[in-house]
Design a protein around this ligand. Sequence first.
Ligand SMILES: Nc1nc2c(ncn2[C@@H]2O[C@H](COP(=O)(O)OP(=O)(O)O)[C@@H](O)[C@H]2O)c(=O)[nH]1
Ligand SMILES: [Mg+2]
Length: 502
Amino acid sequence: MNLPREPVWPAPYRQWQQLLLDALQKGLPVAAPQLQGPALRDRIAALRHTLHALPATLEADWEARRPSRELASRFAGQCLLLVFGRFNAGKSSFCNYLAQRAAAQGEAVAYFRFDAQGLAWCDDAFAEGATETTAGIQGVCLGDDLVLVDTPGLHSVTADNARLTRDFLECADGMLWLSSSSAPGQVQELDELGREIRRGKPLQPILTRSDLYEEDELDGQIVSVLCNKPAQTRALQEEDVLTRARSKLQQMQVDPDLLEPPLSLSIHAARLPGDRTDVERAAGMQRLDRALQRLLAHSLVYRARKHDEVVLHHLDEQVLGRLQSELLVPGEALRGTLCAQRDALPARLATARRQVWKATLLQMPALLDAHLQNNDSQRTVAALQQQLHSELRAALAQVLPGIVLQVPDARLDVNAATDADAMGADVFERLHLALQHAAAEWLDGCIAELQAQAEETLRAPIERCMALPQIVGTARLQLQQLHDALRQPTVETCFAEAVPAP
Ligand SMILES: Nc1nc2c(ncn2[C@@H]2O[C@H](COP(=O)(O)OP(=O)(O)O)[C@@H](O)[C@H]2O)c(=O)[nH]1
Ligand SMILES: [Mg+2]
């Protein structure tokens, strides 16, 4: 296939992506040396690695969709309409009828199929009343302008083709949503079109099979004759579908103005013998022609900005999508862990304090025994100081394994100890009390300082995790502005609006 090179991305979109990735690069949490252990360090490192690898991943995403873009470029000059609807909605009959009519009017008609292997032209019209094949998508080119793509509900496409199908839908200019007038406008079907509607493409509801059989007498025999449903019935059904589809779109948070007024028709009635103009008008074909004209005019507008739209969809769905699932979700989980650590600090430090205090009380008799031997209070205080230090370090490693904290350098303040040397019989008792008192004070001071230290260590990564959604949120708004600017009404849009509604 000799296809033109793809146009480069417009500068504002490249800039948007670069600025976003740069902002995230600057904003990601940093694994400070005080943060240790797989729970935190590895998770921060994983976030940084994800971001680092993202440009290449996104490039690969863009490349993976090249086949569908190339396929789309085959139909670049035409208005490509997706004929969407459930099994038996009348899609194949609808496409075949329009193809036969176009051929009868001397227009070139070409059927094609495509699947993961590519596009193949074929001679056969679509099978009507046939169980839908899930092997791929079939389409028909009508003259130079229009391409109809007959697609089963996306749920029924095989996994192999699902992605190609979804990607190919991107090149549709609008959607014809067919549903049988016996159960018209099952609006839950629109969920499957959500992505395309969100992409700002017009949606034309068509109520098919809008006919009924009436009994008639022919040569003295009662026969069933196919008739169009009465105009009033059609109008009521159209109104009803319009109301429900609009509210469904509102529910889906998409612009309900993308909805074109529904129209009823009957392919079987259009095939009845008689004056073509009268028969087709009665079947609803004139209104369909006007609707198609409108969609054609709309698509001219959409096609002019299609390349930009494709890039914007990529930025919206791929870039923001990946950031959401691969960065924001784990970032939020990390924030949760960090906050839980911060909130648990008082309880954990209290545990550490209890452990140290218990050990100190247990070691006190030995310390005092040693004092009796050497009668050197400075040495006794230093020994206690050393004991407290090492007990506290051990307790911290046990209760706060993820954070490395610096045990403060504060000295034990044992005033009574020096006096106690000269105090005769109850010296021992007083020394004991003074040491205990000093140890308790020292411990309280340390725990308060450690609490502040640990909070400070956790504060920066928590703040950075919290800022990530804001960075992405701001970028999302900027992207929306780029979208809005692209979709500003132009002279062409006004022209499209001027084509009368059916
Ligand atoms: N009464 C009536 N039946 C129709 C009409 N269009 C299609 N059908 C029938 O509906 C069934 C399904 O049609 P088909 O085009 O295969 O639907 P698809 O599954 O959506 O492709 C077939 O039996 C058609 O003959 C119509 O305008 N009126
Ligand atoms: Mg079919």
